[in-house]
Structure formats: structure tokens, C-alpha cells
Design a protein around this ligand. Structure first.
Ligand code: TXA
Ligand code: MG
Length: 320
């Protein structure tokens, strides 16, 4: 990819960020809507562009693992995770330093920080010379964008430009981990629970809805159940085909397909969870555009990236 970096676009994007403007930034997980994390007006512009409530804090992105400790206070577990998984699809929630203002963190004493594994993202953060706040580059509650055209379509008017880094390798968001007082996954994502446990040599819990809510500001609980959602109503498939001919199916391996459906997407015939994760949002987007009255989605095994896939499907179904 680095051979494809367009130096003019990169310089334009960095200059725009330094002026407080927003940029569509590719990462290995999903595209981000990036702004200067140290500029309150740029951060306010991110919330406005996304239509995102200000109680929902943003992730701060750094170019190199070491730079994370300018914005966040490390602890021994965080150091192990950073060393093992950065650059990569892991976000750490840690106490913040004074570099980070109240708006980015929605007033929380903690900040979410991540070093993305994408050469264009890291080059952009370096060129801008400051940490970048970047939520996924979608309107609030909608599906995260996994290619530059998705960002242009949803947020084109809000950004100075969208850097095109190609389709996202991981395809769903980073795993969010809080290390204190005990390590806990606040959002399953591109790094599996098993990999975290292996690195730490101890069990890692996964927060349920109340645990996630407890990590957010008091205004937030209960507000974030329906998320990552297509516009078409989505239900989870349990057992035999519950749909009618005007329903669309999101299938895992394509076993047990209905004879009539408005549209069918198969995530991976061979049942590979990483492939399925990578294709999830694009498949949902196509089903959303199929004109179906309802999307019926199959869940996948709750292991590896399956935990994150099922989390997104449950939330798309409004089941938190
Ligand atoms: O892969 C990703 O993480 C992508 C790319 C662009 O890096 N970003 C992303 O950001 O998914 P966003 O804003 O869509 O989701 C960030 C989540 C929010 O749900 C927010 O509640 C949580 O991170 N979060 C942010 N700061 C937090 C904090 N201090 N404590 C707990 N949760 C936090
Ligand atoms: Mg998001």
C-alpha cells in the first residue's frame, strides 16, 4: 500500500487537519472521521458531522505505540497489550493525560487510544503532528464504512477530503479493552478474546450491556443498544427460515438456504470467521439496498472474531 500513497493528498489532508478541518482516514478496521484531538472545535465538528450525541466519547489515534503514553497513562497490562497488538485493531481505555480535553472523552477521566495498522493512517497522523480523534466515518447508529466510497457517500460534505486506502483488511471495528481494575472487553472487535487471554496469561471478561453502559458517562446507559444498523429491520435467524419472499438472508456458510428470498449474502462458504468479519458490513449494506422488507441474519460461532460478528448482529437487531 505504501507505494500507493499520494504525497499531494497526504500533504493536503495534514494541512486541513492542522486548520481544524476533518478528513476521511483509512484504517485496517473501518474508515475514520478524523480531526485534531487537541482542538476542541475540530472535535465538536466531528460530533456535529456524525450527528453523534456528545456523551459518546471518541477514540484517539496515534502514529506509534510510544506516542500513546502522551495521551494516556499506562499500566503493566496495557504495556503488554500495546507491545503485542499495536499497531493493530485494539483500543485501550486508560486514564487520560492533560493533553486530552473533556469533549473527546465526554468528560470521562479515561481516554480510548489506539495505534492503527494502516500505513496511510500512520503517515497522516505523523504529518499532522498531533493525535487524531476518529470515530467510524458513518452517521450515528449506521453501518461503519469499509471503503472510501462509503465515506464519501455518508459524510462527503463534512470532510476536506477522503484519503483512499483501499478496502479495509479487518472490516469491523477494534476491540476495546479496559485494563483496570481487571481486564475487560468493552466492545469485541478485530482482536479476539482468545488472543488477549493468551497475551495476558489470564482470563479476560466480556462486558455485557450493563458493563458497557457503566463504562460510559451517566447520560449514556441504554441509549446505545441499537447500533451498527441497516435501515431495513433486522432479526436474527433461529432455526428454520422464518421469512417470506420479501425477506433477505445474511447467511454464514450458505447451508440450509431458503428457496425464495429477496436477496442472499453468504459471508464465507468455508466458515472462516475472519473472512466473514471482513465481509460483514459490505454484505449488510447490499442487503439494505436490496429493497427487502426485513433482513434475517444468521449468527456465527461465538469464538475468535465470531464474538464481534455476533455483537454487531445483535446490536443491528436492536438487542444491545
Ligand atoms: O476500529 C475502530 O475502533 C474505529 C477506527 C476508526 O479506529 N473507530 C471506532 O470509533 O469504532 P467509534 O467512535 O465508532 O467507537 C468508539 C467507541 C464508542 O462506542 C465509545 O463509546 C467507546 O469507543 N469509547 C470511547 N472512549 C471511551 C472511554 N473513555 N471509555 C469507554 N468507552 C469509550
Ligand atoms: Mg462507530
Amino acid at each position: 500500500v505504501s507505494a500507493m500513497i499520494d504525497a499531494d493528498d497526504l500533504a493536503r489532508a495534514a494541512a486541513a487537519l492542522q486548520c481544524g478541518q476533518l478528513v476521511g482516514m483509512p484504517t485496517e478496521t473501518v474508515y475514520g472521521l478524523a480531526g485534531d484531538a487537541t482542538d476542541q472545535q475540530a472535535v465538536a465538528a466531528i460530533f456535529a458531522a456524525k450527528g453523534r450525541p456528545r456523551f459518546d466519547p471518541l477514540i484517539v489515534h496515534v502514529a506509534d505505540p510510544e506516542a500513546a503514553w502522551n495521551v494516556a497513562v499506562r499500566d503493566p497490562l496495557a504495556e503488554i497489550l500495546a507491545r503485542t497488538f499495536w499497531p493493530g485493531p485494539l483500543t485501550l481505555v486508560l486514564p487520560r493525560t492533560e493533553v486530552i480535553g473533556d469533549l473527546v472523552t465526554a468528560g470521562l477521566p479515561t481516554v480510548a487510544v489506539r495505534c492503527p495498522d494502516h500505513p496511510l493512517a500512520r503517515a497522516l497522523i505523523r504529518a499532522a503532528g498531533r493525535p487524531l480523534a476518529a470515530p467510524s466515518a458513518n452517521r450515528f447508529g449506521a453501518l461503519s464504512p469499509t471503503c472510501a466510497a462509503d465515506v464519501q457517500g455518508q459524510l462527503g460534505p463534512a470532510v476536506a477530503l477522503v484519503l483512499d486506502g483501499g478496502p479495509c483488511r479487518v472490516g469491523l471495528e477494534s476491540t476495546i479493552v479496559r485494563t483496570q481494575p481487571e481486564p475487560i472487553i468493552l466492545r469485541p472487535g478485530g482482536i479476539s478474546r482468545e488472543a488477549l487471554e493468551q497475551a495476558l496469561g489470564r482470563p479476560v471478561a466480556v462486558a455485557d450491556r450493563s458493563g458497557r453502559a457503566a463504562a460510559l458517562p451517566p447520560e449514556a446507559p441504554g441509549m446505545l443498544a441499537s447500533h451498527y444498523a441497516p435501515r431495513t429491520p433486522l432479526v436474527l435467524r433461529q432455526g428454520p427460515w422464518p421469512g417470506t419472499a420479501d425477506c433477505a438472508l445474511l447467511a454464514f456458510t450458505g447451508q440450509d438456504l431458503p428457496t425464495t428470498a429477496q436477496a442472499v449474502e453468504i459471508l464465507d462458504p468455508e466458515g472462516r470467521l475472519e473472512r466473514a468479519a471482513c465481509r460483514l458490513f459490505a454484505a449488510l449494506r447490499r442487503l439494505d439496498a436490496s429493497g427487502a422488507a426485513r433482513i434475517v441474519a444468521e449468527t456465527v460461532p461465538d469464538e475468535g472474531l465470531g464474538l464481534a460478528i455476533n455483537d454487531r448482529l445483535r446490536r443491528a437487531a436492536g438487542m444491545g
